[in-house]
Design a protein around this ligand. Structure first.
Ligand code: HEM
Length: 405
C-alpha cells in the first residue's frame, strides 16, 4: 500500500465521506482507527464483510461488559432505559423482540398511514405560502417526532415537550451543557408515569400494546416497556429526520431524478430504497464487540475489540452494486444495508418507509419546483459517529396555497 489512509472524521469528511470510504474499501477494507473520542475500533467497509459481521453471533451488542466511558454508551451504571434491543444479545433479545413484534406489527403501521399523511400536509401548510423554508426544522424534524408520539400514545398536549427533549438529544436545540442528560432524565420520568397511567386505563396505542403483549405467558416489566418505548423513539426519530433530509437533499442535487419521480409517483417505493442506499441516515451500524478472537476480511480481530460496520461504505461497494456512485431511482435488486441485517434488522422499517414515502411524495406533489437555496458546500452536517444528517436544508419555491390539491 503506497498512499496514506485519508483523514476520517474531519469537517470535509462529514460533508462527503464517500471518497474516503472508497479508499478504505479498496486499500484497507477492515481498518483499525482511532475515533474522535480516543477509542480504537475496527471499521468494516466492504459489503460482503459488513453483511457477515452484522449477522455474526460472536459480535455482541451488550456494552456493559465492554464499553468504556469513551464509547459514549452508558454502561451498567445507567441500566434502565439503556437495556433495550440494540444493547442486548440472545436470549434476552429474542424474548424482547418477540414481545414488541406482537404490538408493533406491519398492520399497526398500515393503519397509521392516514395520520402520517395528515401530519405531512399540516407541516407543508405551515410554509407553502412563504416561498422558502428550512426543511429540516419545519418538516423533517417535526414529522417523525409527532408521528412516533401519536403511535406510542403520548397525549397531544405533551408532544411539544417531547419535541424539545428529542431536539436536545440530537443536539438540534441550543441548550446548556448537560442538556442531553437532563432531557433523557425527563423523558424517563415521563415515560414511567405514562406507562403507569396506561396500565390503569389502556388505549389502542403502542404503549398499551406493549403492556398487553404476552408470549407464552410472559409480559414486559414496566422497566422493559419504558426502555422499549424509549428505543422506539430514539431509533425511530433521528433516522427518519435524516431519511427525509438526506433524501430531499439528494433529489435536489439530482434534478433529473427528482423530475422523473415527480412524474411517476409509483416509483416512490424503489426511490426511497435507493435514497437509503445512496445517502442513508445511518452511516455506521451501532457498536459491536468481539466476544472471541475472530477474522473479518482476512484481519484478525482480538477478543474485546469494538467493531463498527460502515453501512455507508458497504452500500457503495462496486462489488455489489453496479455504478454505486450513481443515484438511480429505478435500481433493481437493491439489497442495501441501510436498515441493517440479521437479528437487529430495523424493527421500524415499515414505519420508516411509510413516513419517507409520504413525506417525499407529498412534498414533490405539492411543491414541485422546490430548489436548494444554499451552496451545498456551505451546508453543515450534524456531527456524531453513527448518524449522517444535515443541520439545515434551506429551500425556495413558488409560494402556493396552503390547502393540499
Ligand atoms: C435497528 C436503520 C427507522 C426502530 C436499526 C438498525 C438500522 C436501522 C441500521 C440496525 C442497527 C444495528 O444493527 O446496529 C433505520 C433507518 C430508519 C429507521 C435507516 C429510517 C429511515 C426506524 C423507526 C423505528 C426504528 C421509524 C421505530 C419506530 C428500530 C429498532 C431497532 C432498529 C427498535 C433495533 C432492533 C433490534 O435490535 O432488534 N434501524 N431505522 N427504526 N430500528 Fe431502525
Amino acid at each position: 500500500m503506497t498512499a496514506e489512509p485519508p483523514a476520517l472524521f474531519s469537517r470535509e469528511f462529514a460533508s462527503d465521506p464517500y471518497p474516503a470510504y472508497a479508499w478504505l474499501r479498496e486499500h484497507a477494507p477492515v481498518h483499525r482507527t482511532t475515533l474522535p473520542s480516543g477509542v480504537e475500533a475496527w471499521l468494516v467497509t466492504r459489503y460482503a464483510d459488513a453483511r457477515q459481521a452484522l449477522a455474526d453471533p460472536r459480535l455482541s451488542k451488550n456494552p456493559t461488559r465492554h464499553a468504556s466511558d469513551k464509547t459514549g454508551i452508558p454502561g451498567e451504571r445507567s441500566a434502565g432505559l439503556m437495556t433495550h434491543l440494540l444493547n442486548i444479545d440472545p436470549p434476552d433479545h429474542t424474548r424482547l423482540r418477540r414481545l414488541v413484534s406482537k404490538a408493533f406489527t406491519p398492520r399497526t403501521v398500515a393503519e397509521f398511514a392516514p395520520r402520517v399523511q395528515e401530519l405531512t400536509d399540516r407541516l407543508i401548510d405551515g410554509f407553502a405560502a412563504r416561498g422558502e423554508a428550512d426543511l429540516i426544522h419545519e418538516f423533517a424534524f417535526p414529522l417523525p417526532i409527532y408521528a412516533i408520539c401519536d403511535l406510542l400514545g403520548v397525549p397531544a398536549e405533551d408532544q411539544d415537550d417531547f419535541r424539545d427533549w428529542a431536539g436536545m438529544m440530537i443536539h438540534h436545540g441550543k441548550g446548556p451543557r448537560g442538556g442531553v442528560a437532563r432531557s433523557v432524565k425527563k423523558m424517563r420520568a415521563y415515560l414511567a408515569e405514562l406507562i403507569h397511567r396506561k396500565r390503569d386505563a389502556p388505549g389502542d396505542d403502542l404503549i398499551s400494546g406493549l403492556i398487553r403483549a404476552s408470549d407464552h405467558g410472559e409480559h414486559l416489566t414496566e422497566n422493559e416497556a419504558a426502555a422499549m418505548a424509549f428505543i422506539l423513539l430514539f431509533a425511530g426519530f433521528e433516522t427518519t429526520v435524516n431519511l427525509i433530509g438526506n433524501g430531499v437533499y439528494q433529489l435536489l442535487r439530482h434534478p433529473a431524478e427528482k423530475d422523473r419521480l415527480a412524474a411517476a409517483p409509483e416509483l416512490l417505493p424503489p426511490a426511497v430504497e435507493e435514497l437509503l442506499r445512496y445517502d442513508g441516515p445511518v452511516e455506521l451500524a451501532t457498536w459491536r464487540f468481539a466476544t472471541a478472537p475472530l477474522e473479518i476480511g482476512g484481519e484478525h480481530i482480538p477478543a474485546g475489540d469494538p467493531v463498527l460496520v460502515v453501512l455507508a461504505a458497504a452500500d457503495r461497494d462496486p462489488a455489489r452494486f453496479t455504478d454505486p456512485d450513481t443515484l438511480d431511482l429505478t435500481r433493481r435488486d437493491n439489497q442495501h444495508l441501510g436498515y441493517g441485517h440479521g437479528i437487529h434488522y430495523c424493527l421500524g422499517a415499515p414505519l420508516a418507509r411509510l413516513e419517507g414515502q409520504t413525506a417525499i411524495g407529498t412534498l414533490l406533489r405539492r411543491v414541485p419546483d422546490l430548489r436548494l437555496a444554499a451552496d451545498p458546500a456551505e451546508l453543515r452536517w450534524r456531527g456524531g459517529l453513527i448518524m449522517r444528517g444535515l443541520r439545515t436544508l434551506p429551500v425556495e419555491f413558488t409560494p402556493r396555497e396552503s390547502t393540499p390539491s
